[in-house]
Design a protein around this ligand. Structure first.
Ligand code: ZN
Length: 398
């Protein structure tokens, strides 16, 4: 992960120049907030409003926005709970843990696969799936098909470690052989490949002009049916509110990870506010605006990498960091995330050192923590140097 900006949800959005360009290109639709001039019917629309009136207007808009958001967030929670109920039966842990042979500096990939295999739905999908054969309709599904082979070997290994040599070949171009790589970047790369194999048209990652969070999510998933979108993709919402005219615009963006700051307490960034400059289409000027970041769609499985790369000294933050075995994303949330696996990095640079994983595995009700170090697998909890945390969602009390 090389996202080093202060906003962990949508760092890209903070890039003002890019945003302005994008606004020009896409002519962003304003959201349900009515522009100031049209709501003040008693005012001459050409006469500038006084400061006090502007303040009142801004307050009213904020109140309206807050009440609409409250309703929508209730709906969002309700939908997430239904989704969780539907999958609760399937959430039982994978029952086996097998070692994976390290050919040469492949531990970043091995630890990533071990962590992902703790997501039973992910493992079963690729274990059971039919991804066709080359030359008979299976073109363009090479990575899915090879992952299917890896899952088959894994489930049938019976204590013998497996090889992922053939699977490794599909990544040689982006992750050179005989070199260490960042495990989190590998997971994101793998996810993109798998998404593209299911939906060859590149999915949009950012959109605006939606009435609310549900509409934004439905619009994103309309043509996307990959298991990655279903399990690992969430959506964030960034709202820009102009301080001069109180006009606001919301931009929705999909995410697959939420980077965590390396602080002394675990903080999940479900809501953040900041102030910045903004090219306001109503004021037709660059004005000051407030920026609010929230999560508008919670994924079933949440990947949280610690931002261990110190942007100032370009070296790894090696201190041990706190994280909970389960947590609720916000104080009012009905969701609960519980820890399924961790990817641990030992060493001083994410492009060097050694990766291992700790995974919760076993029959439902008899899960155990397993430490996975390449071919070697033994019982034991994560023992420090956590880099990526993988959580699975459950209903509170479930
Ligand atoms: Zn404005």
């Amino acid at each position: 992960m090389k996202r080093t900006l202060s906003n962990p949800l949508c760092p890209k959005i903070l890039n003002c120049r890019r945003l302005k360009l994008k606004r020009k290109r896409t002519n962003l639709t304003k959201n349900s907030q009515t522009p100031l001039s049209s709501t003040s019917s008693s005012q001459n629309p050409h006469k500038p409003l006084k400061k006090r009136q502007l303040k009142e207007q801004a307050k009213k808009s904020e109140e309206l926005l807050a009440s609409v958001e409250k309703l929508v967030s209730l709906q969002v929670e309700e939908r997430a709970i239904v989704a969780v109920q539907n999958k609760e039966e399937k959430i039982r842990m994978l029952e086996v843990t097998e070692g994976i042979k390290n050919q040469y500096l492949d531990c970043f990939m091995i630890a990533s696969l071990q962590a992902l295999f703790s997501v039973r739905e992910f493992f079963e999908y690729y274990f059971e799936g039919d991804f066709g054969e080359k030359g008979s309709g299976g073109e363009g599904m090479e990575v899915s098909r090879e992952l299917h082979q890896v899952c088959k070997k894994y489930k049938r290994a019976r204590g013998k470690c497996i090889s992922v040599k053939r699977f490794r070949k599909y990544f040689n171009g982006d992750f050179d052989n005989y070199k260490q790589h960042d495990a989190c970047q590998f997971i994101l790369h793998l996810f993109e490949k798998l998404q593209k194999e299911h939906s060859p048209e590149t999915p949009f990652s950012q959109s605006s002009g939606h009435a609310n969070s549900i509409e934004a999510w439905e619009s994103y998933t309309e043509d996307l049916h990959s298991i990655i979108d279903k399990l690992f993709v969430g959506m964030s919402k960034t709202t820009f509110t102009c301080h001069s005219c109180s006009n606001s615009t919301s931009i929705y963006e999909e995410f697959k990870t939420i980077p965590l700051q390396c602080t002394s307490t675990f903080t999940f960034p479900f809501y953040e506010t900041s102030t910045s400059e903004f090219n306001c289409s109503t004021c037709a000027d660059i004005t000051s605006c407030s920026i609010t970041n929230t999560i508008s769609h919670y994924p079933s499985y949440l990947l949280l990498p610690f931002q261990r790369l110190d942007p100032f000294i370009s070296s790894k933050i090696t201190k041990s960091l706190p994280f909970p075995s389960s947590f609720s994303p916000s104080p009012t949330s009905s969701l609960n995330y519980s820890l399924l696996s961790t990817i641990n990095h030992h060493g001083f640079s994410l492009e060097g050192g050694h990766y291992t994983a700790a995974c919760r595995r076993g029959k439902s009700g008899e899960e155990k923590w397993m430490q996975c170090d390449d071919a070697h697998v033994e019982e034991g909890e994560t023992d420090g140097d956590e880099y990526v945390l993988l959580y699975g969602s459950r209903r509170k009390g479930g």
